[in-house]
Design a protein around this ligand. Sequence first.
Ligand SMILES: [Fe+2]
Length: 181
Amino acid sequence: MATQTKQTAKGNNAVDMDNSEFHKFFLDELKDIYWAEKHLAKSLPKMQKGATSPKLAKAIEKHTKETEEHIERLEQIFEHLGEKAVGKKCEAMVGLVDEAKGVLEDTEKNSMVRDAGLILAAQKVEHYEIATYGTLVVFAKQMGHKKVADLLSKTLENEKQTDLDLTKIAEGHINEEAARE
Ligand SMILES: [Fe+2]
């Protein structure tokens, strides 16, 4: 607890906050989600290939590109904060991705049950990311890093939209067809 600033963190004093324990914790969490996004970007093509419906495969392909943008945005954030962009292994994302891989192992190829399972796994990922980015936006604002908060908000909105899109696909036809298999 060495370098807490004397000023209370009312928001607008990013410089004074930079050595605080809170700022260090914030940086650590940025490294965590940076690693998580990279791990996800590597894993999504496998899910895309395994998907039964072209609609789901397309949605996963789209989110792979968006995930690359999330990674770039985090790199901009590190740069803005004067920090090196380094990842820190995120065990949660390892687990979530393993679950998605498990869906591919546990379901039959070309089945809609597989797609229903992939959507469930993907939405678990989205909810993890929404929770993370939602909190990081609040942290950034609290520390007066407005630009960083704006960048994180962009990704947050994108994750929320992806979650909604996945629900739409599931409710559109996949769940119904899975129930008939
Ligand atoms: Fe993301």
